[in-house]
Design a protein around this ligand. Structure first.
Ligand SMILES: Cc1ncc(COP(=O)(O)O)c(C=O)c1O
Length: 432
């Protein structure tokens, strides 16, 4: 039971202290108990805790929308505030659909997305998500989605293939999937720019998203970038896709938006996407009771102001480089660490039984669960997950420390993680 938290430390009911190297699930970007966020929340609570959006807008939700529009990728200046990542994805899917219905293209009804992605747990988000284990028992309830390979160089690129040839192969596969469905039936392509929970911080290859953008444009298909985990500074730029020089049609954000101080997510989109609705029915046929919640908006506005005021994007780049170097130094030659990857303070380590063949550990050993437990015994919170290779086999560990992490903290994180991996692997080997 967690009872207190400050900075990078969470304290449990037994008084044990844990170094938070993953911000829960890449959420706590400012760490815990940040005074500026607490002050903003107290002030908002005293002023106005809630007003339903069917009657009122509020100063604080307008201010947050302005902040997000001002810092958005070019043109994505329309903001829809919801209560989390799944709600943001669900809203983006429905907005994309309504865009085409009101444009007079109701035949566009199929989403295309990638295997081994996570987009949330509500039915629409789960349907576009490509993690087989999460989908299996709910499969009869899910809409059909076109599916393509992830951009996952470590497992996907052939040994004799250049990076460019690999990228072109993936784009040809996406084109073929659009053709199979019929490009005029495809609504949108959905992807995480840097894949988080299910792959462990896997960045795209150079030119991949530029190619995706070009294909979507060729067929009039919308591109939805799910930046719920990788966005809001996590990779060293406010939006992960900035580093690809690509602007999506819709973007979902959540975790680092409110930093865990309140439940909040958002969809960013353009006037162009909203135009058919404005000219047609005049409303987005969607909504939730807690849209634009003032307390959530107050927390997110304060978090974003701290990131901007304190120049934390540069800090993420700087500390991210330090973390990468420290991981490579300590674990780069480790016999069971096959790959170290990621961007900024969003790093993943893929664990393998054999580095040479890249053979994963047997799923029955549940190595990821063991690492979580051995790390907690070391006083470290990290975010391991199984099923990395195909939803069944494979293990990785995700690191997503707060942007305020120091080099001293990072040394401790890497040290404890290395010990936790060794302890977990040796326990698994004893069972095997
Ligand atoms: C990329 C991505 N999309 C959507 C979600 C769902 O967000 P939430 O758990 O806030 O509903 C997550 C959560 O991990 C995520 O990583």
């Amino acid at each position: 039971m967690a009872v207190a938290a400050q900075g990078l430390t969470i304290v449990d009911a037994q008084g044990r202290r844990y170094l938070d190297a993953c911000g829960g699930a890449a959420v706590s970007c400012l760490g815990h108990g940040h005074p500026a966020v607490l002050a903003a929340l107290h002030a908002q609570l005293d002023r106005l805790a809630y007003a339903h959006t069917s009657f009122f807008t509020t100063e604080v939700s307008e201010a947050l929308a302005d902040q997000l529009a001002r810092t958005a990728p070019p043109g994505l200046d329309q903001v829809y505030l919801v209560s989390g990542g799944s709600e943001a994805v669900e809203s983006a899917l429905k907005l994309a659909r309504q865009h085409f219905v009101e444009r007079g293209e109701p035949e566009r009804s199929v989403f295309v997305a990638r295997r081994q992605s996570y987009h949330g747990n509500t039915l629409g988000a789960l349907a576009v998500g490509g993690n087989e284990w999460r989908r299996r028992q709910f499969a009869p309830l899910l809409i059909e989605v076109g599916r393509v390979s992830p951009c996952y160089e470590y497992r996907g690129r052939h040994a004799d293939e250049t990076l460019q040839a690999y990228t072109q192969r993936l784009l040809a596969e996406l084109d073929a999937e659009f053709q199979r469905i019929g490009p005029r039936r495809v609504l949108a392509f959905v992807a995480e720019p840097v894949v988080g929970a299910t792959l462990g911080a896997v960045p795209p290859t150079p030119g991949y998203f530029a190619g995706v953008r070009a294909l979507c444009d060729r067929y009039g298909i919308l591109f939805i970038a799910d930046e719920v985990m990788c966005g809001m500074g996590r990779t060293g730029t406010l939006h992960a896709l900035e580093q690809e020089g690509v602007v999506p049609d819709l973007m979902t954000i959540a975790k680092g938006l409110g930093g865990g101080y309140q439940a909040i997510g958002a969809v960013l989109t353009s006037k162009r996407v909203l135009e058919p609705l404005r000219m047609g029915s005049g409303l987005f046929q969607h909504g939730h009771t807690y849209l634009g919640h003032p307390m959530a908006a107050a927390a997110a506005l304060a978090v974003q102001q701290v990131i901007e005021r304190e120049g934390l994007l540069a800090t993420v780049q700087d500390r991210g480089a330090y973390l990468r170097q420290a991981l490579l130094q300590r674990l780069g030659d480790h016999p069971h660490v096959g790959d170290i990857r990621g961007r900024g303070l969003f790093m993943g380590l893929e664990l393998v039984a054999d580095r040479g063949t890249r053979q994963p550990f047997a799923p029955a050993l549940r190595l990821h669960a063991r690492v979580k437990a051995t790390a907690m015994a070391e006083g470290l919170l990290c975010y391991p997950m199984g099923g990395t290779v195909d939803g069944n086999e494979g293990d990785h560990v995700l690191l997503a420390p707060p942007y305020i992490v120091s080099e001293y903290d990072l040394d401790h994180i890497v040290d404890r993680l290395a010990r936790a991996i060794d302890a977990a692997v040796s326990a698994a080997q004893q069972v095997a």
